[in-house]
Design a protein around this ligand. Sequence first.
Ligand code: PMP
Length: 338
Amino acid sequence: MKYAKNILETIGNTPLVKINTLTKDLPCLVLSKYETFNPGNSTKDRMALKMIEDAEADGRLKPGGTIIEGTSGNTGMGLALAAIVKGYKCVFVISDKQSKEKMDILRAVGAKVVVCPTNVEPTDPRSYYSVSKRLSEETPNSWYVNQYDNPSNAAAHYESTGPEIWEQTNGKVTHFVVGVGTGGTISGVGKYLKEQNPNIKVWGVDTYGSVFKKYHETGEFDENEIYPYITEGIGEDILPENVDFSLIDGFTKVTDKDAAIYTQKLAKVEGMFLGNSAGSAIKGVLQLKEHFTKDDVVVVLFHDHGSRYVGKMFNDEWMRERGFIEDKITTAEDLVKN
Ligand code: PMP
């Protein structure tokens, strides 16, 4: 018999899937690292498990302990799955901008969810950074994960996602494009791929309202770059330690509207029912067209699943209210044309 001994053993080894219609005007092959095949439906399962295992190994996380984290949902899901198998409790602090589905999903897997306001400074005591820190100080036998600065985050992608992409492309990958939040994915995969072939280009996808692109280009942390935005999962108003800017060749910024529309397009044109940052990522690839030539193999990573966004990017009423679409989009032809 061939079976996984528990759900955690099914993490990783996700497929690489070709994008066909949306990238038809690009000269190169575009392959997506399709991370929703992980059991928690996102790439974050990889780093969640690695962060827990590393914390167990050096005694930061003790038997029966409580895992505390500020998470937009996907990291929480990965941590919750591992916590169930390994016997820990979870408390997650989430900002009120995140979709209700994400909060409901975390509660469904037994976590306690604390909701904080989005539009406050990171140093404000009400911010989700501050609240998660305070809870971890007040809760006995707890461990504050801190995915932003926890090196096990990028290490997980260095040890698994990067090698998988290298092997699946037979070392032919020339570009890696991915949305950046904590920076774990881009830094871990980027480091591994550049060690195999220093000519591989690594591009980050950023949002308007986030500091990454400007910081990468100028070295200046410009507070004027920071304002509220709708895209979920990518962009930051801080510089997480997990973003290794030296590995990144450039950033491209995608608007909230384009991210939302391309999330719909992936579903309706490619049959890829994915989260909002996948829309950003594929639009980012299209924006980088001039950087690609005929023999290039571009790998774009899709972080999470569409089910978490059914009330948002997949809801035409929600799209209309924000001016993202004028009339109801119903057909794939409309989406390809636009
Ligand atoms: N997309 C989604 C949906 C995410 O949840 C995250 C994590 N915040 C990212 C992209 C960015 O990944 P990373 O944190 O590894 O930079």
